[in-house]
Design a binder for this molecule. Structure first.
Ligand SMILES: [Mg+2]
Length: 434
């Protein structure tokens, strides 16, 4: 159980305007919104005043983490102020490279943590804006881009030992002619989800059993249980869950970084009889070699990780080392859509399924677009792939996710799904004085 359940986010809104109107950024915490002024000039002379969409994005963190995250977002967002918006939106690959290779801020990483996530907020806000101006949901906007344009979005620096631009292009071209079929399939069927709702630590056995039964009734083909508190408790909870859901429904497990290497292997082996589909974050998320050892030690149970994966270079190494068998990208952990596109291409190169992390604030809304695009243009399949679903805080979003029979319904509204309702922004704003 998370002892600090103050879910919140650093929030960025990019406004367009003629000279004299502003670009604004501000921070939001659910259960608290933080205000951070970045107010300068925008430029969009072609569109009428007042009818311009805004680009919205956020970085999911909690509590005081937002103060630091917001300062970083403001510092990165400054770079956009006053620029002609079309030129920026027409070259988001160029923007990504410019922001990530900014030497003054790069010193703070490179390419990890607060600064990388801040770049992600700015990049994602621009993608939201681009999708709204195109009148399309982000997944569809990406899915209709030429393969060459998609390759241009990715910075292949440090990746070419396993993935070159030419290899990425040929992978994308493989699926190009049949993209329309998968776009239609998404509109018809949506994308498979799994639910973490039944599995939080701290629930009574009765509540666990009830929520497992409800998940099955709702059409989910996979659930997830948090583990790692006490092995006897975990064995009992897994037995209850398996008994309730039967053998057809998959049960994933998530240790949230609790274990040492040997402990992880021993613990997971004690859960093996309940047939877990994966063990997630068994140990420190940076410990590549430990993950590889755990993966060897618990096979055929697969190791899943990625929600704390700092960047595409770490991701590459995990894949090279056989340290993960399920890739859990996160919409706000890395530097935005572009870096996640690199990670989708890398995962496909290693034939590893992508099952995104979600939950928190707005992560379901954001990451569904990446999985749907992955299906249409990169992996070409939903086999063995599921997007995490957690059933809280959706009511604060302009276009909340919709689930139908255990599937995410493909969103049709223009944008990246990252815009919060004005009333929620106002109500939960954190001023720092509270
Ligand atoms: Mg997790």
């Amino acid at each position: 159980m998370n002892p600090d359940p103050d879910y919140s986010a650093a929030y960025l809104r990019v406004d367009l305007g003629v000279q004299g109107r502003g670009v604004q950024g501000r921070g939001v915490q659910d259960h608290g919104v933080q205000e951070q002024g970045v107010q300068r000039q925008g430029d969009h002379p072609a569109a009428p005043d007042g009818d311009l969409p805004s680009g919205h994005a956020f970085v999911f963190t909690i509590g005081r983490g937002n103060d630091i995250q917001l300062a970083a977002v403001a510092s990165v967002a400054e770079r956009l102020i006053g620029r002609p918006v079309r030129a920026v939106l027409d070259d988001l690959g160029g923007l990504w490279r410019e922001l990530v290779h900014d030497s003054q801020l790069r010193w703070l990483g490179p390419e990890k943590g607060v600064m990388q996530m801040a770049i992600g907020a700015v990049v994602n806000a621009m993608w939201d804006l681009k999708a709204k101006l195109a009148g399309k949901p982000l997944w569809l906007l990406l899915s209709e881009m030429p393969s060459e344009a998609l390759v241009d979005l990715v910075d292949f620096r440090y990746l070419t030992d396993v993935l070159t631009p030419e290899q990425a292009l040929s992978r994308l071209r493989r699926w190009e002619d049949s993209r329309g079929e998968r776009i239609e399939a998404l509109r018809r069927n949506g994308y498979p989800a799994y639910t973490t709702t039944p599995g939080w630590l701290g629930y009574s056995d009765e509540k666990l059993a009830r929520l497992c039964a409800e998940a099955v009734q709702q059409g989910f083909a996979q659930i997830k249980l948090k583990v790692g508190g006490n092995v006897a408790d975990d064995r009992r909870r897994m037995a209850i869950a398996r008994e309730v859901v039967g053998t057809e429904i998959r049960i994933a497990t998530d240790a949230n970084q609790r274990w040492e290497t040997a402990e992880a292997i021993e613990w997971v082996r004690q859960l093996a009889e309940f047939d877990p589909v994966w063990i997630e974050e068994p140990t420190n998320p940076d410990d590549l070699l430990a993950h590889a050892e755990i993966a060897r030690g618990v096979a055929p149970i697969r190791v899943a990780t990625g929600e704390h994966m700092a960047n595409r270079v770490m991701f590459k190494q995990f894949l090279q080392a056989g340290a993960l068998q399920v890739a859990q990208i996160d919409a706000t952990r890395v530097a935005g859509v572009n870096e996640n596109l690199a990670m989708l291409l890398l995962a496909a190169q290693f034939d590893v399924p992508v099952c995104p992390h979600a939950g928190g604030v707005g992560l379901c809304e954001a990451v569904q677009h990446l999985s749907m695009f992955d299906y249409v243009a990169v992996s070409g399949t939903v086999d063995g792939r599921v997007i995490e679903y957690v059933d809280h805080l959706h009511e604060h979003f302009v276009t909340p996710v919709e689930l139908r029979q255990g599937n995410y319904v493909a969103p049709l509204a223009p944008g990246a799904g990252t815009e919060m309702l004005p009333a929620s922004l106002e109500r939960y704003r954190w001023s720092g004085r509270g």
